[in-house]
Design a protein around this ligand. Structure first.
Ligand code: AFP
Length: 340
């Protein structure tokens, strides 16, 4: 019988078994080293987001055990009932980012007003977020998530010009990403040089690199939309859906949590559609907290995103809670939708 190296030298055995993992923090630092003038401020900010989402996922995982399911009885600025977990997620992100020093303004989908951090006089980043996307799915144990978008403050504007600071088009985002609390907890982010994906390893409490430079398949015969609204969709979209059904090789998937539907589209390809309807010409999704960050991720992965007329990232936001139609996914499939 052969003697293995570990048997001959038992001291070498444990280290030989240590997996060569790369955490999200390591990865961000490595990315930053490519930029000689990087100060490390940005990695500090992103580590606030990873910390917040770890706390949120821990709450989500205990949702059936704790009193965190159910509605608070309040209605948020979007007119939707506030779920208790929404509130927890909102507070957690505020708490983890407000004391980072370099975050000057926090803007949440759940809040009426932006939160200007007085202590962060020189805070040069603005973080916009949807703390718990898909919250109406919480009680049914369906995947939900957090979406974030990071902008830099315009040094040409004064501290008082808060709205002008926030209402920047999506192409000015310096980073964006999301976390899906699904069968595992997955984070994807971009800082403008590709999309990188991490899985939370619960045994060590760290996001571990799963895939670098994720690419969305250029085409995919999956459409994802709430077809119950179909008769009120724009005619071109109705024609596309009709056409897809006649092909025989299309399939349909719709979770009802944008973050989870987008994540599947990123991995499998296809198209997600939430167009305007006759009753709601701007659709339901929010430009600043949902469409912009996911459009940035999609484009960085080789996909594309439009409102049907204009590239999402070119849209000039007019109000903080503005909604937008959204068609996002594989380039060929989005182009096909637009051709109808
Ligand atoms: P909730 O956070 O209220 O569940 O809304 C989720 C969402 O904004 C987005 O995540 C979904 O894609 C979309 O709504 C689903 O909306 P419909 O129920 O109208 O299909």
């Amino acid at each position: 019988m052969k003697t293995s190296h570990a048997q001959k030298n038992p001291a070498a055995a444990p280290s030989a078994r240590v997996p060569m993992i790369r955490t999200v923090e390591q990865h961000i630092l490595e990315q930053q080293r490519k930029f000689p003038h990087a100060t490390g401020e940005f990695s500090w900010l992103l580590s606030g987001i990873t910390l917040a989402t770890k706390i949120i996922q821990a709450q989500v995982r205990r949702a059936g055990l704790l009193e965190v399911i159910g509605q608070t009885g309040e209605v948020n600025v979007q007119g939707e009932a506030v779920e208790r977990l929404d509130e927890i997620a909102n507070r957690t992100i505020r708490h983890c980012l407000a004391y980072r020093g370099n975050v000057g303004i926090l803007v949440s989908e759940e809040d009426h007003e932006p939160h200007v951090i007085e202590e962060a006089e020189s805070g040069r980043y603005i973080v916009l977020f949807d703390p718990l996307d898909g919250s109406s799915n919480i009680n049914a144990n369906v995947s939900i998530g957090t979406i974030f978008s990071i902008l830099q403050r315009n040094p040409g504007l004064s501290r008082g010009e808060v709205m002008a600071q926030i209402l920047q088009p999506g192409y000015q985002q310096v980073a964006a990403g999301y976390v899906v609390y699904g069968s595992s907890t997955v984070m994807a982010y971009t800082a403008g040089s590709g999309v990188h994906m991490f899985t939370l390893d619960p045994s060590i409490g760290a996001y571990v690199l799963a895939q670098e430079n994720v690419q969305m398949p250029p085409s995919g015969r999956i459409y994802s939309t709430n077809e119950a609204y179909c008769q009120n969709f724009p005619e071109g979209i109705q024609r596309y859906l009709q056409w897809a059904k006649q092909q025989g090789d299309y399939t349909s998937r719709y979770i009802g949590s944008l973050v989870a539907d987008f994540h599947r589209t990123l991995i499998r390809g296809g198209v997600f559609l939430y167009p305007g309807t006759k009753q709601a010409p701007q659709g339901k999704l929010r430009l600043l907290y949902e469409a912009n960050p996911l459009a940035f991720v999609a484009e960085q992965a080789g996909g594309t995103a439009t409102d049907g007329k204009e590239r999402i990232l070119d849209k000039q936001p007019k109000t903080m809670h503005q909604r937008t139609p959204l068609i996002i996914g594989s380039k060929e499939e989005v182009e096909r939708v637009l051709s109808f």
